[in-house]
Design a protein. Structure first.
Length: 99
């Protein structure tokens, strides 16, 4: 199960995740974030992974795509910090989320 909390203002949006990012929840997160990404750069999107306990390969792919397209990723735990560091090293926006 994954909980998705969204906080928005004019200049930024924050998506805070709690639980396991996998399966059907990957599509739900993609749907949620699609409308929050701002190609103009006027609104910063931050995805907070501090309370995430698991990320499956599809979830990793989505996080990498979102990061490559401008989203910031934050993490505190060893698993998510490692995942974020790998994503930051290999980001490429050519695989933007479709929809």
């Amino acid at each position: 199960m994954l909980r998705i909390h969204v906080e928005q203002s004019v200049s930024q949006a924050r998506v805070r995740l709690e639980g396991r990012l996998g399966g059907e929840w990957v599509r739900e997160l993609e749907h949620c974030c699609r409308g929050l990404l701002d190609p103009s750069g006027l609104r910063q999107l931050t995805i907070d992974l501090d309370a995430v306990s698991f990320v499956d390969p599809e979830g990793q792919r989505l996080l990498a795509e979102l990061h490559a397209c401008g989203a910031s990723l934050t993490a505190k735990g060893p698993l998510t910090k490692y995942l974020v560091s790998r994503i930051q090293e290999t980001s490429d926006c050519s695989d933007a989320p479709s929809g």
